[in-house]
Write a protein that binds this ligand. Structure first.
Ligand code: BG6
Length: 497
């Protein structure tokens, strides 16, 4: 795209980056914070990771062992990047790129240490006051996710997370507390991060702890429990939407799904049918949150697999009344579908399909890089819902090399950013209503799926390794100035020097 060409992006478009409390804050046992499920996400050497399975899940048996022998484990999310103590310096580094939006989440167990305490923890509330004040002082709108993969541990182990309505009630009380406290500071909210990943990662996403059934992945086919969790999270989300509208009438509140765009492997109708099945499993979440009712296509799946969603009286009305104001997505890649003979969704929660797209490059973690897929998926979403869209995550995890002179030449990240922003601009020209773009991990942070520091997404480098060694000093990568230029030109100047 030529320099100074007219921008496709509307005036006031929000540019920035996204993080999550459990991946940046650290200080897991300070300030009155209680334990969360994410505190048991462990680092394991690459060769010991169970294929396709994140290191952030746990069973009751695993939790028992981790609690009894913490010395045998490395829990990087307990450290994060020490944002809890260094938020000022870190936010300033981000604002230096011209960010107008900063997405983070509130750690529920910082506010209610057990998730369901009688009173909120004032020290936790005061911490976020300081963070949001600093964001606003730096010209960044905070966009806040209520729950980003960190259910309070007590609710997970005692109630199996969102399998219980007690967790729904606790969540709504927590949401009401933070809406009331930050009503003058936070005008953009999201309910659950990647709510659709509850199918693959129920511990991470729904706080659902199960017993080990002896297989490498005990979560494989617990459809009943997983869909009940999803239902309870839909209700919790809808109730939070209603509370948000009551308490902060000028706020906007959205959902957040991991957008899974699928291509058929061949032109065989059966492959296309598999695409349809997979699409249904993914649209299901945003259909309920945006349209306020269960879509027709889930009935057959529920009947065929004996899944019975337990609804309480009034649930259907709650879903109808608590539809979101906008949709937000994470977009990282696209997938290839081959007919499997049944509509059963991918069981293991892995984002990476085993079928390679011969036309796409992959990241060092095997994630296909597909900027055109970004445009396609945005058109599909807008066509389905006609609601504004916020890009809550997009980015590239890579191994960065610090040169002898301290520079980090991450041209691969610049190329990724350029191509995705270009396609985002195309989608906007197509008529898709997108109001903001947040790069995932604009400052290096702990990986969600693999709990490592080595997988870096940032424009800002953080001097820390997988074991917590390092000074935590910040430095700018080459991509820092590139994103700054993109933002300054409102997306018009994507030229690479
Ligand atoms: C999304 C999550 O799934 O992807 C983030 O919302 C996560 O929390 C991001 O960090 C990238 O995944 P990973 O495993 O590379 O950190």
């Amino acid at each position: 795209m030529a320099e100074n060409s007219e921008s496709a992006f509307p005036e006031g478009f929000l540019w920035g980056g996204a993080t999550a409390a459990n991946q940046i804050e650290g200080a897991y046992n300070e300030g009155g914070r209680g334990l969360a499920t994410s505190d048991f996400a462990r680092w394991v050497p690459k060769e010991q990771r169970i294929s396709g399975k994140a290191t952030s899940w746990a069973t009751y048996e695993m939790l028992d062992d981790m609690m009894a022998h913490p010395e045998n484990y490395n829990f990087p999310k307990r450290r994060g990047i020490d944002f809890y103590h260094r938020y000022e310096e870190q936010l300033e580094a981000l604002a230096g790129m011209g960010f107008t939006v900063f997405r983070t989440s509130i750690s529920w167990s910082r506010i209610f240490p057990n998730g369901d305490d009688a009173e909120p923890n004032e020290e936790g509330l005061a911490f976020y006051d300081k963070v949001f004040d600093k964001c606003l002082e730096l010209g960044m709108q905070p966009m806040v996710t209520l729950c980003h993969f960190d259910t309070p541990l007590h609710l997970a182990t005692e109630y199996q997370g969102f399998l219980s309505r007690h967790t729904v009630d606790s969540f709504v009380r927590y949401a009401e507390t933070v809406f009331t406290r930050y009503k003058d500071k936070v005008k953009y909210w999201l309910t659950f991060n990647e709510i659709n990943s509850s199918l693959g990662n129920p511990y991470t996403c729904s706080g659902l702890v199960l017993h080990d059934d002896g297989t490498p992945n005990p979560y494989k086919e617990q459809w009943q429990a997983k869909y009940q969790c999803a239902h309870n999270q839909f209700v919790a989300s809808a109730l939070a939407v209603k509370k948000c509208h009551e308490i902060i009438p000028d706020a906007k509140i959205g959902n957040m799904t991991c957008r899974l765009e699928n291509y058929a492997e061949t032109s065989k109708p059966e492959d296309e049918l598999q695409v349809l099945f997979e699409d249904h499993f993914n649209w299901f979440y945003s259909d309920v949150q945006a349209k306020g009712e269960y879509p027709y296509y889930m009935n057959r799946f529920f009947n065929d697999y004996g899944i019975k969603i337990q609804m309480e009286p009034g649930d259907e009305e709650i879903l109808k009344e608590g539809t979101v104001d906008f949709l937000s997505i994470s977009y990282y890649m696209t997938y290839i579908m081959r007919y499997k003979g049944s509509p059963v969704p991918k069981p293991n929660g892995s984002l990476v399909t085993d079928i390679k797209n011969q036309y796409l490059e992959v990241s060092e973690w095997g994630w296909p890089i597909d900027p055109i897929g970004f445009r396609i998926t945005l058109n599909h979403i807008y066509d389905r819902y006609h609601l504004p869209i916020f890009i809550a995550e997009n980015g590239l995890g890579a191994v960065d090399k610090v040169e002898a002179d301290g520079t980090i030449n991450d041209d691969y990240r610049i190329a990724y950013l350029q191509k995705h922003v270009e396609q985002l601009g195309e989608a906007i020209k197509d008529g898709v209503d997108v109001f903001g773009y947040a790069w995932w991990g604009p400052i290096d942070l702990i990986s969600s799926g693999t709990s490592e520091m080595t997988k870096r997404y940032g424009f800002v480098y953080v001097d820390q390794d997988d074991f917590g060694n390092g000074t935590l000093a910040l430095s700018k990568k080459k991509s820092y100035d590139y994103y700054k230029k993109v933002i300054a030109s409102n997306g018009a100047d994507l030229s690479i020097d």
